[in-house]
Design a protein around this ligand. Structure first.
Ligand code: ZN
Length: 289
């Protein structure tokens, strides 16, 4: 059985075929231009491949409420052409198969929960830290959506005492995304993170904000694991710094089986950056099973 997977990102569309075990059989990447240009290219890729269903995890905001008339739409994005794009409906009609749908970070969390480091767990949080910051939340084995998608990237931050940066978020300034996303590092320091690998102060400040996000996740959701993925998290020195800050910030207040070993509690994504597309395979499997 072959399933289609579409990880719809703001810069590229990753299209893949996968099997019932989540194995990626082949994969291509198509640049994200306008829907009129890009969606037919995606259809061309999947046409004739005899997929049983498609799983889509899309950049947002997206409508993930199955009861909503705009379920499966990318909704109010500022990205030109993509606002109110019925990506799920378009693909289902063009390919003649049902499609499962979620937001991009939910897809990554689903990948980790099905095939990766959160396998077998019921409650988990996945942060992506890249161009933006977002989180997927799994509660009792289900990706949590609520009325709209949660916006964990926009929790407000306590400012690091040595940080004078005002923040990158146009709505809140110094929210988590505003202080910790990749572009915030570049704007604060005048060059991108990958050119700042050996500057300890950069990562001390970055870890201070990401630790606050982990603390909030811990006290609000009480997960079994917190996974951090995305481009910024390729700076591996962040992990011990985040754990150290989390330990200090929690100050022994939360004592659970999960938080007693922070090395196992706060971890990098485990699927070699395939967690998103593997989550899409799972969405496709779930759409017909
Ligand atoms: Zn914000």
């Amino acid at each position: 059985m072959v399933y289609g997977a579409l990880e719809a990102g703001g810069t590229k569309m990753v299209c893949a075929l996968g099997d019932e075990n989540g194995k990626i059989l082949e994969q291509v990447s198509i640049p994200t231009e306008t829907p009129g240009v890009t969606l037919p290219k995606i259809v061309d890729y999947f046409k004739g491949k005899e997929i049983k269903s498609l799983g889509i995890a899309a950049f947002g905001p997206v409508d993930v409420d199955p009861e909503s008339p705009t379920y499966g739409y990318i909704t109010s994005t500022p990205k030109p052409g993509w606002a109110d794009c019925n990506i799920k409906g378009y693909m289902e009609e063009a390919l003649g198969v049902p499609a499962g749908f979620d937001h991009d970070v939910g897809g990554s969390l689903l990948g980790e929960a099905t095939y990766g480091c959160a396998k077998g767990m019921k409650t988990a949080v996945y942060f992506t830290v890249g161009t933006g910051v977002g989180a997927g939340i799994m509660i009792d084995g289900h990706i949590h959506h609520g009325v709209a998608c949660p916006e964990f990237g926009h929790i407000l931050m306590r400012i690091h005492p040595e940080d004078n940066y005002k923040g990158f978020c146009v709505y809140h300034g110094s929210c988590l995304e505003g202080m910790a996303c990749g572009p915030s590092i570049e704007e604060r320091w005048g060059k991108p993170g990958k050119e700042l690998k050996d500057n300890d102060k950069v990562w001390e400040i970055e870890a201070y904000y990401l630790a606050q996000a982990c603390v909030t996740a811990t006290v609000v959701i009480s997960p079994e694991i917190i996974i951090l993925g995305g481009g910024v998290m390729h700076q591996e020195s962040l992990f011990p710094l985040i754990r150290k800050n989390v330990k200090e910030m929690l100050n022994d207040y939360v004592r659970s089986s999960a938080t007693k070993d922070l090395d196992k509690y706060i971890v990098p994504a485990s699927l070699n950056d395939d967690q998103g597309i593997m989550g899409c395979i799972k969405l496709a499997i779930d759409a017909v099973n």
